[in-house]
Design a protein around this ligand. Structure first.
Ligand code: SF4
Length: 340
């Protein structure tokens, strides 16, 4: 449990994201947490870079019910401070907390508080001896995790989440598949440094899609160098494709020689409308009346454009003809009526 959110042991992948400001920027972070919760964030991670960040946790937690995770690198004292201040989960890379006794202190404190720890294995920061023996490979990532997991287990700590991240899609997929066979713990899935909104959408969809298709993953963060809301929207889209979330879908035909009207401005307008007014519906915009309604049979509502007028249809059945200049309004009316 991360606060009141369960990880693992259910047909669900919990969506999470990470804030761009350090935890101590309390007012800005509270506004961002509320906005991202509305976008579907179920867990939120914050960077803890000094004790002020750790001390921000009680103030943040007083005003939000989303579980908050403290992200720690190198300094074990920050992990202890975050645990002391009420973090719901700690994320560490044991590879950069070098002293055994420091790790032991973190484990002891987390156990006392009943707080889980994510052990994050990153292909870019493997132990030297492991990388020398196995290269930067799935096996190397698993060997690194085995070493850390054995340490935690030998201290009777099993409240563990594991993650295996790399910027290479095939490496991430293979490491997660191997991890699922090796460890009984929940998996946090993600592609690190996935990139910009456009490039990262491709990389994340491929990598996370392949992992989810194997039935793996208990919590997921899509990493994009973009507005965090975009990460969550993409995360929801990916989950919705696998039937693990409910999200609207916009189907658009690519257009061909039969395209009978200026479709793209309409597509852009509808896309913005659906972003601002999410509907748990499949909406179609098709280029012609010849194939449109048939090809988009599965759409809850759709329009197929024509010369000067188009067709409004629902589940492949044509409802009425609509003048071209009223296509947007007619589609929006149909979407809203289906929501009721
Ligand atoms: S719906 Fe019509 S315009 Fe669009 S691709 Fe199919 S045939 Fe071409």
């Amino acid at each position: 449990m991360v606060g009141n959110v369960q990880l693992g042991g259910q047909e669900k992948i919990v969506l999470q994201t990470m804030l761009e400001k350090p935890a101590k920027e309390i007012e800005e972070n509270l506004a961002e947490i509320a906005r991202l919760q509305d976008e579907g964030a179920e867990i939120i991670r914050l960077a803890v870079t000094d004790t002020l960040d750790a001390k921000a946790f009680p103030k943040l937690k007083a005003k939000t019910d989303v579980p908050l995770v403290a992200d720690i690198h190198f300094d074990h004292r920050l992990a202890l401070a975050a645990l002391d201040c009420g973090a719901d989960k700690i994320r560490i890379n044991p590879g950069n907390i070098h002293k055994k006794e420091h790790l032991e202190e973190i484990i002891r404190a987390a156990k006392e508080k009943g707080v889980p720890i994510r052990i994050g294995i990153n292909a870019g920061s493997l132990e030297k001896d492991i990388e020398t023996s196995f290269g930067r490979s799935p096996k190397a990532m698993i060997e690194s995790a085995k070493r850390h997991v054995a340490f935690f287990e030998s201290r009777s700590f099993r409240d563990i989440v594991l993650s295996f991240k790399a910027s290479s899609v095939p490496l991430t997929i293979a490491a997660n598949m191997l991890a699922a066979k090796t460890f009984p713990y929940p998996l946090h899935i993600g592609i690190s440094e996935a990139g910009t909104l456009k490039g990262g959408t491709v990389t994340s969809s491929l990598g996370l899609g392949a992992i989810i298709h194997q039935g793996l993953g208990d919590t997921m963060r899509v990493s994009l160098a973009a507005d965090r809301a975009e990460e969550l929207r993409l995360g929801k889209r990916i989950l919705a494709e696998f039937g693990l979330a409910q999200a609207g879908k916009l189907i658009v035909c690519p257009g061909c020689g039969r395209l009978a009207y200026d479709m793209r401005p309409l597509v852009e307008k509808v896309e913005v409308y659906l972003e601002e007014n999410p509907a748990n519906l499949t909406v179609a915009i098709m280029g012609c009346a010849v194939n449109g309604p048939g090809e988009a049979k599965e759409a809850d509502v759709g329009i197929a454009g024509g010369k000067g007028e188009g067709l409004l249809f629902m589940k492949g059945e044509v409802l009425k003809k609509v003048p071209e200049e009223r296509l947007f309004e007619a589609l929006v009316e149909a979407i809203e009526s289906r929501k009721k």
